[in-house]
Ligand binder design. Structure first.
Ligand code: TA6
Length: 290
């Protein structure tokens, strides 16, 4: 994604500006430490590249930036549920308009906070009161935190994920470690399987690792680099690659798009977590390239 080409609509500080990309407003960060883009539609991180590195985050060449449907790539915010347990799939946060609450432009990097709160629109889908905050810390490392607070008078239950699409050179050479000793396979009727903690991907994969270590490593020999993904506040790490036939069948993915992407998600799956009135929960992911 060539961030410099996006037309600027407002300069917010020396390194942060507001831009337009098709139908969406995008916060662009061009900082000596990194370049990044965050869409207000979905609170969706579209791009992150630490200076001197290739893109860390993958974005589909056929992604839809109209602001009408979820964006394929980046870090979709799946909330207040994960998957197809209700409609829309992966919740409404990724297709809602978030607001920029604050930003801080400093020598070591940039921090930004976006908010989403309940409204008549969200009540029509999910009848609860909430305040969600997305905090981005962008320097040579990327940190994203999704904080959800119950602002109502009744408990409610949430699941969700920071559904990160990592940019890899060649999926067939990519190796993951730190996945823990078991997984549930969404492509095999949610059966449980033992795992030795590592994974080489040779076909479609859609797995929920419920015992994953806090730090997962992704060896990317094609790019001569290792990505580390440190997750917190999650109960599982989801690993997804649709592979060729499914990739070709998606309108917002090119047929060979699967070769350079790998989802490693900081997820709260299954029962999720119940928040009492006033309670908050934080899901975090921290990604570093070395
Ligand atoms: O996180 C994995 C997953 O739930 C897969 O099952 C796959 O469908 C993927 O997310 C993408 O979902 P989406 O709704 O964005 O097409």
């Amino acid at each position: 994604m060539n961030l410099r080409q996006l037309p600027t609509t407002k300069v917010l500080s020396e390194h942060i500006s507001l831009c337009r990309l098709d139908g969406i407003d995008v916060i662009r960060i061009l900082h000596p430490q990194c370049q990044a883009a965050i869409s207000l539609f979905g609170g969706h991180l579209l791009s992150f590249r630490p200076t001197g590195h290739k893109d860390v985050i993958w974005m589909s060449e056929a992604a839809d930036f109209s602001g009408h449907s979820a964006i394929r790539g980046g870090i979709p915010v799946c909330w207040p549920w994960f998957g197809k347990v209700a409609s829309p799939s992966h919740g409404f946060a990724r297709t809602s308009l978030w607001e920029l609450e604050s930003f801080n432009d400093q020598q070591q990097g940039v921090t930004l906070t976006l908010t989403l709160h309940d409204s008549p629109k969200t009540h029509a889908i999910w009848p609860f009161r909430f305040l969600s905050r997305l905090h981005f810390d962008l320097s040579e490392t990327l940190k994203v935190q999704l904080s959800s607070t119950n602002t109502g008078h009744h408990p409610w239950t949430m699941s969700g994920a920071l559904h990160t699409y990592l940019n890899v050179g060649d999926i067939t050479q990519t190796k993951l470690t730190g996945l823990g000793n078991e997984y549930t396979d969404s492509l095999a009727g949610n059966q449980r399987f033992p795992s030795n903690g590592s994974l080489l991907i040779e076909d479609a994969v859609d797995r929920v690792y419920s015992e994953a270590e806090q730090t997962i490593t992704v060896e990317d020999p094609y790019h001569y680099r290792r990505l580390t993904v440190k997750n917190c506040g999650n109960n599982s790490a989801v690993v997804w690659n649709p592979w060729q036939p499914a990739s070709a069948g998606m309108a917002d993915m090119t047929p060979d798009g699967y070769i350079t992407m790998l989802c490693v998600e900081s997820a709260l799956t299954n029962q999720g977590i119940t928040l009492a009135p006033g309670q908050s929960h934080h899901i975090t992911t921290e990604i570093h390239a070395e």
